[in-house]
Design a protein around this ligand. Structure first.
Ligand SMILES: Cc1cc2nc3c(=O)[nH]c(=O)nc-3n(C[C@H](O)[C@H](O)[C@H](O)COP(=O)(O)OP(=O)(O)OC[C@H]3O[C@@H](n4cnc5c(N)ncnc54)[C@H](O)[C@@H]3O)c2cc1C
Length: 456
C-alpha cells in the first residue's frame, strides 16, 4: 500500500474516535474517548483492502471499517485500537445501467454525491437517509439502513442486487449478480447489517429508479395515534404505495414538526407523499385521503408537506437537534400491527413518564411502514443529564429496550446495533445469536473484524 494511504498522525487518528453515538460524543468531550485506532489506512482498491485484512488476520490485529462515521450506535469506533480502514478513498461510481436500472458504486461513495450524479441523468437511488450528506454506500449496507421514501421503495436490503466483499481472511468475493434465484442460500444478505463484523464491503450494485414525474404532498391531522395507524394500515394493505408517511404523535407534532414547518399543527399530524406517474398519484391520493377521513382525519394544507420535504434535514441540525450537555437517543423499534400500539404505549410508560420529572421529553413518529407493521422512532431528549448523565442515559435505554422487547417488538429498524444495543442481542435473538456467533467464528477465526460489536 502506498505510504500516502497510511497514517499514524495523531490528528488523523483523532478523527476516528467517535461516530454520532451520544456516549461516544460525551466521552470525546470529556477527554476519554471510547476508542482510538493505532493506524488508519485509506485503500484505493479491493486488492489493497484484502492485503490489509490478510495482514491484520495474520498478526491478530483488530480491523474496523469506517465509512462516513455518521452511525448512531458506536459501531465504527475502534474500541480495541488496531487498524481503521477508511473506505472513502474507494469512491468510484463504477457503472450506471439504465436498462436494468442499477448503479454499481464503490463502498466509499458519498450518498449526496451519488444522488447528485444520478439526478443529473433523471435518476435517483431511492434510499434517502437524513444523513446522506455524510454517509457512504458501504455504510448504508453495513448498517442495514432505511431512507425517508422506504414505505414505497423499501429499505437498503430491498435495493441491493449484489455485493463485493473482502472476507476477514482476505478473499475477494462477489455475491450472485441477482438477488432472486434458487441456487441455494444467498450470501449477500449475510453482509447486509453485518456492521463490519463479517468482512469489508468494497462495492454494491443497487436498484435505482427514475426521478418521479410528480410528487404530491398532503398533511392530515388525526385525533389519536390509533386513528392514524388504522388509516395507514388499511391504506398499505389495500395496495396503496405512498412514498412518505410520517405520523407524528401529539408531542412530536407540537415540539418537533410544528417549529420546522413554521405552523402550529393540531393533533397527530401526518405528512404523506405520493409519487410517480401523475395519474397514479391522483388516484392513490384520492383513495388514501378517503381512508384518512374515514378514520377521523382532517386534511390540512398540503403545502406544509412540501415545506416539510424542503426542510427535512433541519430536524437534525441546531437549533432543532440537541447538543451536549443534553442527553439524547433514538429508540427506533419495529413491530407487526398487532404489537405496534402496545409497543408505542409501553415506551410512553417506560421512558416518557418516569423521566418527565428530570425534564425528558419523548417525541415519537412512525415513518417506515410495511404491509405487516411499522417503525416507531422514539426520540428522547433530556436537557441536561448532570453528573450522572452516562448512568442516566444507560438506564433510559435499558428501560426503553426492555419495554419494547416485552411487547414483542424488534429493538432496531434501521440504525443498527453497534455498541449501543450489543448488550440486548441475546434477549433479542435468543438461540439465534449462537447461530450468528458460529457464522462469525467460521468467517473470522481470529476475531479481528470489528471486535466487540453486534454482541458477537
Ligand atoms: C443526522 C443523522 C441522520 C441519520 N438518518 C438516518 C436515516 O434516515 N436512515 C438511516 O438508515 N440511518 C440514518 N442515520 C444513521 C447513519 O447515518 C447510517 O447508519 C449510515 O448508513 C451510516 O453510514 P456511514 O457511511 O456513515 O457508516 P459508518 O458510521 O462509518 O459505519 C457504520 C457501521 O458500518 C460499518 N461499515 C461502514 N462501511 C463499511 C464497509 N464498506 N464494509 C463493512 N462495514 C462497513 C462500520 O464498521 C460500522 O460498523 C443518521 C445519522 C445521523 C447522524
Amino acid at each position: 500500500m502506498p505510504a500516502g494511504h497510511v497514517s499514524i498522525e495523531s490528528d488523523e487518528l483523532d478523527r476516528y474516535v467517535a461516530d454520532t453515538y451520544w456516549k461516544a460524543l460525551a466521552a470525546r468531550a470529556a477527554g476519554a474517548p471510547l476508542g482510538r485506532p493505532d493506524v488508519v489506512v485509506k485503500p484505493r482498491s479491493d486488492a489493497e483492502v484484502a492485503a490489509v485484512v490478510r495482514l491484520a488476520n495474520h498478526h491478530q490485529v483488530p480491523v474496523v471499517p469506517w465509512g462516513g462515521g455518521s452511525g448512531t450506535q458506536g459501531a465504527s469506533i475502534p474500541t480495541q485500537g488496531g487498524i481503521v480502514i477508511d473506505l472513502t478513498g474507494m469512491d468510484r461510481i463504477v457503472e450506471i445501467d439504465e436498462r436494468s436500472m442499477t448503479v454499481t458504486a464503490e463502498a466509499g461513495v458519498n450518498g449526496k454525491r451519488l444522488e447528485a450524479e444520478l439526478n443529473q441523468r433523471g435518476l435517483m437511488l431511492p434510499h434517502y437517509p437524513a444523513s446522506a450528506e455524510f454517509a457512504t454506500v458501504g455504510g448504508y449496507v453495513a448498517a442495514r439502513g432505511s431512507g425517508v421514501l422506504s414505505t414505497r421503495y423499501g429499505k437498503i436490503e430491498d435495493l441491493v442486487l449484489s455485493l463485493r466483499v473482502v472476507t476477514p481472511t482476505g478473499e475477494i468475493v462477489d455475491t450472485l449478480p441477482v438477488p432472486r434465484h434458487a441456487v441455494g442460500p444467498d450470501i449477500a444478505p449475510l453482509f447486509i447489517g453485518s456492521e463490519g463484523s463479517l468482512g469489508v464491503i468494497t462495492r454494491a450494485r443497487l436498484q435505482i429508479a427514475p426521478l418521479p414525474a410528480a410528487r404530491h404532498f398532503e398533511v392530515v391531522s388525526f385525533p389519536t395515534v390509533e386513528d392514524g395507524v388504522e388509516a395507514v394500515r388499511k391504506s398499505l394493505q389495500s395496495g396503496l404505495r405512498p412514498s412518505v408517511v410520517r405520523l407524528y404523535d401529539e408531542v412530536a407534532t407540537r415540539i418537533t414538526l410544528s417549529p420546522v414547518v413554521g405552523s402550529e399543527l393540531p393533533g397527530v399530524a401526518t405528512v404523506i407523499c405520493f409519487e410517480g406517474d401523475a395519474g397514479v398519484v391522483a388516484a392513490e391520493r384520492a383513495s388514501m385521503l378517503k381512508l384518512a377521513r374515514a378514520h377521523k382525519g382532517e386534511v390540512l394544507d398540503g403545502g406544509l408537506g412540501e415545506v416539510w420535504w424542503n426542510h427535512r434535514y433541519d430536524f437534525y441540525a441546531p437549533p432543532h437537534a440537541p447538543e451536549l450537555p443534553a442527553v439524547w437517543g433514538t429508540i427506533d423499534v419495529v413491530a407487526t400491527y398487532d404489537r405496534l400500539l402496545p409497543t408505542y404505549h409501553a415506551l410512553q410508560e417506560a421512558v416518557a413518564k418516569p423521566y418527565a420529572a428530570r425534564g425528558l421529553k419523548l417525541r415519537s413518529h412512525l415513518s417506515h411502514w410495511y404491509p405487516w407493521g411499522a417503525m416507531i422512532y422514539g426520540r428522547f431528549v433530556l436537557p441536561d443529564g448532570g453528573p450522572d448523565a452516562v448512568t442516566l442515559h444507560d438506564r433510559i435505554w435499558k428501560d426503553g429496550v426492555t419495554a419494547a422487547l416485552g411487547t414483542g417488538a424488534v429493538i432496531n429498524d434501521h440504525h443498527g446495533v453497534g455498541l449501543k444495543l450489543a448488550p440486548y442481542m441475546q434477549a433479542q435473538h435468543g438461540a439465534g445469536l449462537d447461530v450468528l456467533r458460529r457464522i462469525k467464528v467460521a468467517l473470522d477465526p481470529s476475531g479481528v473484524m470489528n471486535p466487540g460489536k453486534l454482541g458477537l
